[in-house]
Design a protein around this ligand. Structure first.
Ligand code: COA
Length: 397
């Protein structure tokens, strides 16, 4: 067997036989970006230089989208124009609404979302032309506005209900809750859902954002880049964790069962969902904020079940810290978001799509940044196979 690969040869030429391969690209700088910043040691997350807590406390999802896309906070006039444009874009093309009504009812909502986003390209004939930044931003605004309508239409279709048209009097957060249920959302639910959307909107070079940028680097449309990102987000190691956290809390059942649950998981080498992060080595700042809003929500509308779930989650957080604190494993954004969404009446299998409805803003900002200063992603591999193997005809194998 003859071993040969460019990477090792390169490393050897530089005087080191050490491989350059970094599994999971850990520690590798894949791009230069001014969209968001994470300090994993301090527990800091900023969008365009503004701390996420500031945005959660003072901004709205719409304003945060503007900030992410345009890199500055809007003036009153800019915000008004943007909100009008955003609200007008929520309506889905008839072809997409019809297609969604034919999706299999057992389809996972993330697959429905991914498919719906791809279908939108069918109504944007020039989507492949990414040369105009102005058109690109318009497309992003339209896409961010429409993903909520795709999700709400799918949720209603699988219950044999007609889609609810968006209402211009409602905010983006209120519209999603309204389009989902057909009921006017209450103030507290809207406020907390809006904050949850702000918190999930962007998070540096995570797997889905990287996937989006890789697709964008081929000059592919925003629809294919974002639908690819949705696929990456769906996995349990990424956005798919929030749904699994709630299932896990239900399966634990009571705070008294936490210790044996943790022992069993760790003994089998299984992961505990909603804790640990590649970048954060302290408690995720979004988990801290979410926990504060969860407490507010529980105080107003938490029944016995919600109190028990929250008590179980807090006990689990303590047990994880006791057992895994040495490895710097703490709650991430998904740890408390499931209980919040459950209390807001969002069905469990929609949790990851709620994450996507918000993160689409970050993906679009990255898509814009990538196409504006593009370099095709084309890393190398370290070949670990054979060379010069003889071909044996099938009748002699
Ligand atoms: N439960 C138990 N142990 C965990 C853990 C978890 N959730 N996350 C990490 N660890 C342990 C690993 O077993 C490993 O231990 P070892 O060094 O003794 O082998 C060590 O911590 C490092 O873990 P690793 O999986 O290599 O770290 P990573 O940087 O790849 O992990 C995640 C990041 C997010 C993939 C990981 O923490 C995880 O799977 N978490 C659960 C899923 C989740 O909540 N995802 C949402 C992320 S926002």
């Amino acid at each position: 067997m003859v071993k040969n690969n460019n990477v090792i040869i390169q490393a050897e030429k530089q005087g080191s036989a050490e491989s350059l391969y970094k599994p999971g690209l850990e520690g590798v700088v894949a791009t230069r970006s001014n969209i968001s910043y994470v300090d994993g040691e301090q527990g800091l997350l900023e969008y365009r230089g503004i701390a996420v807590r500031e945005l959660v406390e003072h901004s709205t999802f719409e304003e945060t989208v503007y900030l992410l896309l345009y890199n500055h906070l809007p003036s009153v006039r800019e915000m008004k124009q943007f909100s009008t444009l955003f609200a007008k874009q929520r309506m889905l093309p008839q072809s997409v609404r019809h297609a969604i009504s034919t999706f299999p009812v057992g389809m996972h909502p993330m697959v429905a979302l991914q498919s719906g986003i791809s279908l939108l390209q069918g109504e944007d004939y020039y989507a492949d032309d990414v040369s105009s930044q102005l058109h690109n931003i318009r497309r992003c605004i339209s896409l961010i506005a429409k993903v909520t309508a795709i999700m709400a239409a799918f949720e209603r279709a699988r219950h044999s209900e007609e889609p609810m048209p968006a209402q211009s009097k409602y905010s983006h957060a209120a519209n999603f809750l309204f389009m989902l249920t057909g009921e006017p959302p209450d103030e507290l639910a809207t406020e907390i859902f809006d904050k949850l959307l702000i918190m999930h909107a962007e998070h540096t070079m995570n797997a889905s954002t990287f996937a989006c940028r890789v697709i964008a680097s081929t000059k592919s449309s925003v629809y294919s880049s974002v639908s690819g990102a949705v696929g990456a987000l769906a996995g349990p190691l990424h956005g798919g964790a929030n749904e699994r956290v709630l299932r896990m809390l239900f399966s634990i059942g009571h705070p008294d069962n936490v210790d044996s649950f943790v022992e069993d998981r760790l003994a089998t080498g299984a992961k505990i969902m909603g804790v640990g992060h590649r970048i954060y080595k302290v408690k995720d700042p979004r988990a801290i904020i979410l926990q504060e809003y969860l407490e507010k929500l529980i105080a107003v509308r938490g029944g016995e079940e919600a109190q028990n779930l929250y008590a179980t989650a807090k006990r689990l957080e303590e047990a994880v810290e006791a057992k895994l604190g040495g490895k710097k494993i703490y709650p991430n954004v998904d740890f408390y978001s499931g209980i919040v969404l459950d209390l807001l009446g969002v069905p469990m299998d929609l949790f990851t799509t709620v994450f996507a409805l918000s993160r689409v803003a970050g993906w679009c900002a990255h898509w814009l940044e990538q196409v504006a200063a593009n370099r095709l992603f084309r890393p190398q591999q370290e070949y670990s196979g054979d060379h010069q193997r003889p071909y044996t005809p099938i009748d002699r194998r």
